[in-house]
Ligand binder design. Structure first.
Ligand code: NAD
Length: 484
């Protein structure tokens, strides 16, 4: 029996329904520790019900003319714009990132809706009138069915918006399992989509953890899974989903390197790197976690990074001058402190210790900007994704060496090069083994119109999220060959 109004509900068939569980998890505001809500850890029964509803809704929604579906997306876009500030504030409260970062995240989400609103064009097939004498051939696109989306805590709006707006615009129905650490925004997104005119049952939200995920991965009526989260879980989701005959796209963790050449505009590079390393408390899959300093750039680069890191204001992301908010949970703060200890034991030089910042002692889960110099690839702090405001510096002698080092990483999400030299850029582009490249840019995350193209252990599957890959992933084809 639910007595506390802070207890969240699932959103199924256009209605708020209580999960069939007595297990709830507290959702704190990471900046204050104050309880925002309690999220239900839903059960197999809750998932089965949501999938059944989505399967039923698919019959009508998939047969709804595409321009009519797209019109709901146009209305949704407008509502998201109208509620921009409210959504950003909610993101800051449940995730901890600054209001400015959250505002940017809402924009990234809205762009996904804008892309999806092009469904009538995106769904077009192709024909060849004469593939043989008097024989025509054509390809037609259809939706796939009930899609499941499983999302991480670090982008409560953008990542779900990589999935459900496009899937739905293309005629699928959807069951979203948001991160149990940031569940509030998903409910608001679903509510606003209904307000935009989305028929009941097309988008459903089931809160929870492993049991919800496993039920979706095994469900016979779910033909496709979109996942974004950490590497071990992405690999598990990919393997289990594939073993159950599903198409799966699983976007995973990262360890992104930024290479700084001696000819770089150093002030501009430092500004980008500070923002990429410490923005959103380092909790971005495109965060810069390693700087590769080439040649004699190392000393001036290091002193400028320390100077700028010292200027960073740490605190509640709702305060306008704050740049660095908390990490997501107390355990994550402790895990990060553990990595800092490990780095010291491994022999890296701790030049700025985020545990010494005053805010480290506060109630929120704060950890200040941390910098390690003289890191090498044998160290755990180089190999593993820390996902916090911890930056490692590796010193090398040439661009070739920098790229060789970067390519040793098991991950392959993003890499950046800071230089003024076109031939360095060409060499970097041709030889780096990652899927998203930045030149004089700290966070080279593609927008909704292009696929989010991680490589190696940063991605499991064939078709990435967003852009043309997203359209392929959320549709299946029929080939018609005809003689008249
Ligand atoms: P996470 O893997 O802990 O959780 C992601 C989702 O999987 C959540 O919904 C969670 O409930 C579920 N989950 C967690 N453990 C599970 C298990 N054992 N079995 C079944 N389901 C499980 O990830 P997170 O900490 O929420 O997010 C941060 C991670 O996501 C980072 O590694 C980051 O790099 C990655 N990420 C990647 C991208 C990308 O595009 N490649 C984008 C954003 C985040």
């Amino acid at each position: 029996m639910i007595t506390d109004t802070k207890k969240l509900m699932n959103f199924v068939n256009g209605k708020w329904i209580e999960a069939k569980t007595d297990q709830y998890q507290v959702v704190p505001n990471p900046a204050t520790g104050e309880t925002l809500a309690e999220v239900p850890i839903s059960t197999k029964e809750d998932v089965d019900h949501a999938v059944k509803v989505a399967k039923e809704a698919f019959k009508i929604w998939s047969a709804t003319p595409v321009p009519k579906r797209a019109r709901v997306l146009f209305k949704y876009q407008q509502l998201l714009v109208d509620h921009w500030d409210e959504l950003a504030e909610l993101i800051t409260k449940e995730n901890g990132k600054t209001y400015k970062d959250a505002h940017g995240e809402v924009q990234r989400g809205i762009e996904c809706v804008e892309f999806a609103a092009g469904a009538p064009t995106l769904m077009m097939g192709r024909q060849l009138p004469d593939i043989a004498t008097n024989i025509e051939s054509g390809m037609y696109r259809y939706p796939v069915g009930v899609i499941a989306g499983i999302t991480p805590f670090n982008f409560p709006m953008m990542v779900p918006c990589w999935m459900f707006p496009l899937a739905i615009a293309l005629g699928n129905t959807f069951v979203l399992k948001p991160s149990e650490r940031t569940p509030l925004l998903a409910n608001r997104l679903a509510e606003l989509f209904k307000e935009a005119g989305l028929p009941d049952g097309v988008l459903n939200v089931v809160h929870g953890a492993h049991e919800v995920v496993n039920t979706l991965l095994e469900h016979k009526d779910v033909p496709a899974i979109s996942f974004v989260g950490s590497q071990p879980v992405a690999e598990y989701v990919y393997k289990t989903g594939a073993a159950n005959g599903k198409r799966v796209q699983a976007l995973a963790g990262a360890k992104n390197h930024s290479i700084v050449m001696p000819d770089a505009d150093l002030d501009a590079a430092v500004k980008e790197i500070i923002s990429a390393s410490y923005g959103s408390a380092g909790e971005r899959c495109m965060a810069c976690s390693v700087v590769v300093a080439v040649g004699d750039v190392a000393e001036p680069l290091l002193s400028k990074l320390i100077e700028k890191a010292d200027e960073i204001k740490i605190g509640n992301g709702l305060d306008s001058d704050v740049f660095l908010g908390p990490v997501i949970r107390q355990e994550h703060k402790e895990r990060t402190a553990g990595y800092i200890e490990t780095g010291e034991l491994e022999g890296a030089v701790l030049v700025r210790d985020g545990r010494k910042d005053e805010s480290y002692q506060e109630d929120g889960y704060f950890i200040g900007p941390t910098i390690f110099d003289k890191v090498d690839p044998s160290m755990k702090i180089w190999k593993e994704e820390i996902f916090a405001p911890v930056l490692s510096i590796v010193r090398v002698n040439s661009l070739e060496e920098a790229i060789e080092l970067t390519n040793q990483s098991d991950f392959g999400n993003g890499a950046c090069l800071f230089t003024q030299n076109g031939s360095h850029v060409r060499y970097f582009r041709e030889n780096i083994e990652v899927g998203m490249l930045g030149v004089n840019i700290g966070v080279p995350a593609p927008m909704a119109f292009f696929p989010f193209s991680g490589w190696k252990n940063s991605f499991y599957g064939d078709l990435h999220a967003n852009g043309s890959d997203g359209v392929e992933f959320y549709t299946r084809r029929k080939m018609l060959t005809a003689r008249w």
